[in-house]
Write a protein that binds this ligand. Structure first.
Ligand SMILES: *Cc1c(COP(=O)(O)O)cnc(C)c1O
Length: 402
């Protein structure tokens, strides 16, 4: 591989973020291709037995097996690490593989994790079911309550885990304050930054130690491939993450990494256009119904905190229809443009009813405790013309009797 400017961190770290999203991490092969090459290969060959030995020892640079690293995947990892401001990125097959790796890699039986209770459904399952099964204690707190984080700390607390804004209620957690509490307790702060995207929020600058993404969402951004990534410092990678990653086999496919690289080139433009749409839709909906949530709205309870740690309010709009599940279903069934689906961050707008789909596994009491009511709807605003989205959503609200 020719190491042009894209793989020289002294250069790429100095670039503006938009330039990093287009070029950081790029490497060229001897064919001088413009677009990143797709190395769809499971393994690599060596000229000599000595070279094989040297690469396995780490004395010689080069690739050995795509479960560990692959040139296309390495370009995606490097682009994300530069963008996020970490030493290392490890790309995984899905977002959940990234979340699981960020937790399991560095924990053992007898450790303790404090998590915000408002988490993506599968992240909640990790904390509620999987970790306790292996002797790792977990405590869930209201992430907005700083005193609750403090009082949940135990001598064996190793990790704080949270997501902000939270899925699907858009609760905002004060990243800087929670990072300080974690560090005073000797714990690492892991942030699931999917809702905010790397474009709008930089948790590492606010004190987080590890940032995870589902690349399936805004990074691909066009609803094609699953993927995830864990971003961390060199020490956590060497001590915990890389051994876990290479031996448990959670690697990303080179094909998916190639799609993600192409996605990153347009992510900044897409996310800002989606924010424009989300702001327009939220304002239009707020004229019709009482409970509409988007951090750009003056009625948003945590507006000041949200906009102090995010550049903009994000691509998701949440609302609660007063008529509960029946009204929510009538609204969904009347949509003509916006699709009923459960993905998010796609260029196509998507409406989700968390009560009956993404968060159903939580049980009724837990859903209500999180503010996930039968009337709650989550809208992921895509790249359609916002005027068409407002017309579609307004008509559907009318059809639902609002
Ligand atoms: C989608 C999502 C995940 C899981 O990602 P997958 O790619 O679907 O495995 C984790 N956290 C949040 C906040 C998500 O939205």
């Amino acid at each position: 591989m020719k190491h042009r400017t894209g793989s020289d961190r002294n250069t790429t770290r100095g670039w503006a973020r938009q330039t990093q999203m287009v070029r950081a991490g790029s490497m060229r092969s001897d064919f001088d291709e413009m677009s990143e090459a797709l190395f769809l290969t499971s393994g690599f060959a060596y000229e000599t037995a000595e070279e094989a030995e040297a690469r396995f020892d780490g004395r010689a640079e080069g690739f050995t097996y795509s479960r560990q690293t692959n040139p296309t995947v390495a370009m995606f990892e490097e682009r994300m690490a530069v963008l996020e401001g970490t030493d290392v990125g490890r790309a995984t097959g899905t977002g959940m593989a990234a979340m699981t790796a960020s937790l399991l890699a560095g924990l053992k039986a007898g450790d303790h994790v404090v998590g915000a209770r408002a988490l993506f459904g599968s992240c909640r399952w990790l904390l509620d079911e999987l970790l306790p099964r292996y002797g790792i204690e977990t405590t869930l707190v209201d992430g907005r309550d700083l005193a609750a984080w403090k009082s949940a700390v135990q001598p064996n607390t190793k990790v704080f885990f949270l997501e902000s804004p939270a899925n699907p209620t858009l609760e905002i957690i004060d990243l800087r304050a929670v990072a300080d509490i974690a560090h005073n307790s000797g714990a690492r702060l892991v942030v699931d930054n999917v809702f905010a995207t790397p474009v709008l929020q930089r948790p590492i600058e606010q004190g987080a130690d590890i940032v995870c993404y589902s690349a399936t969402k805004h990074i691909d951004g066009q609803g094609r491939c699953l993927g995830g990534i864990v971003l961390c410092d060199k020490k956590f990678d060497e001590d915990f993450l890389y051994p876990y990653y290479r031996h448990t086999g959670c690697a990303m496919s080179p094909f998916n990494a190639w799609v993600m690289l192409k996605g990153l080139e347009t992510m900044g433009l897409r996310v800002h256009a989606m924010c424009d749409g989300a702001e327009t839709v939220a304002e239009a909906m707020a004229d019709r119904i009482e409970d509409v949530r988007h951090p750009s709205l003056s009625s948003f309870a945590q507006r000041e905190l949200a906009l102090s740690q995010m550049d903009r309010g994000g691509t998701m709009v949440v609302c609660e229809l007063p008529g509960g599940r029946d009204q929510a279903f009538r609204f969904l069934n009347a949509l003509e443009i916006v699709d009923i689906s459960n993905n998010l961050g796609d260029s196509r707008s998507i409406a989700t009813h968390p009560w009956s789909t993404t968060h159903k596994a939580l049980g009724e009491a837990q859903r209500l405790e999180l503010g996930i009511t039968p009337g709650l709807l989550r809208l992921s605003i895509g790249l359609e013309d916002p005027r068409d989205l407002v017309a579609d959503i307004s008509a559907a609200l009318g059809a639902a009797g609002l």
